[in-house]
Design a protein around this ligand. Structure first.
Ligand SMILES: Cc1cc2nc3c(=O)[nH]c(=O)nc-3n(C[C@H](O)[C@H](O)[C@H](O)COP(=O)(O)O)c2cc1C
Length: 165
C-alpha cells in the first residue's frame, strides 16, 4: 500500500468511529424519475432560515443531478430501512430495480423515501466545491417527522443500539 493510500484508509477508519444516522438523498432525473443515494454527510446548518447541507462526492451520479436540478430531498431512515440504505449505497448499475412504493411525492421538489423518520425538501441556495466533494446548502421548503427508532452507521456497519434505561 502506498503512503497516501495508507493515510486515506486511516482517515476513513478514524471517521468510522463517528456514529451517525443514515439518510437517502433524492433528486429528480431529467426524465422525471427519482434518483436516490445513501448519505451520512448531512447536517442542519441554520434554524432561521431553515438550511441543511449535504456533502456529495464529484464521482457520484447524484452530484451532476443535484447540480442540474437545483434541489434535493433528505430522508432520515429508521432501523427497519436497513435494506433501503444498502440498496442506494450500490452503484445504480448493480442495484437492480427499485422496489415499488419506495418513494412518495411531496407537493413540490423531489420525492422522498416512504416511511422515513424525517423528510426534508430543499432548494439549493449555494454550492461549494471542496476537495473531491461538494457541499450543497439547501433552503428547507417542506419537512415532516414521525416517531421511530433510527438506523445508525458506525464502523462501516449498522449496529442496533441498546436502550440505556
Ligand atoms: C452509510 C453510507 C453513507 C454514505 N455517505 C455518503 C455521503 O455523505 N456522500 C457521498 O458522496 N457518498 C456517500 N456514500 C456512498 C454513496 O451512497 C454511493 O457511492 C452511491 O452508490 C452513490 O450513488 P450515485 O452515484 O447514484 O449518486 C455513503 C455510503 C454509505 C453506505
Amino acid at each position: 500500500m502506498t503512503e497516501q493510500a495508507d493515510n486515506s484508509a486511516k482517515y476513513r477508519r478514524a471517521w468510522s468511529r463517528f456514529a451517525t444516522g443514515v439518510t437517502i438523498i433524492t433528486t429528480t432525473e431529467p426524465g422525471g424519475a427519482t434518483h436516490g443515494m445513501t448519505a451520512n454527510g448531512v447536517t442542519s446548518v441554520s434554524l432561521d432560515p431553515p438550511l441543511a447541507l449535504v456533502c456529495v462526492a464529484h464521482s457520484r451520479n447524484s452530484y451532476a443531478l443535484i447540480s442540474e436540478s437545483g434541489e434535493f430531498g433528505i430522508s432520515v431512515l429508521s432501523q427497519s430501512q436497513k435494506s433501503v440504505a444498502q440498496h442506494f449505497a450500490k452503484d445504480p448499475a448493480e442495484r437492480g430495480p427499485t422496489p415499488d412504493g419506495m418513494f412518495e411525492g411531496l407537493g413540490a421538489g423531489p420525492a422522498v423515501v416512504s416511511g422515513s423518520l424525517s423528510i426534508f425538501s430543499c432548494q439549493v441556495v449555494s454550492h461549494h466545491e471542496e476537495g473531491d466533494h461538494s457541499i450543497f446548502i439547501g433552503l428547507v421548503k417542506e419537512f415532516e417527522t414521525r416517531e421511530g427508532e433510527p438506523l445508525i452507521w458506525y464502523e462501516a456497519g449498522f449496529p442496533v443500539l441498546e436502550s440505556q434505561d
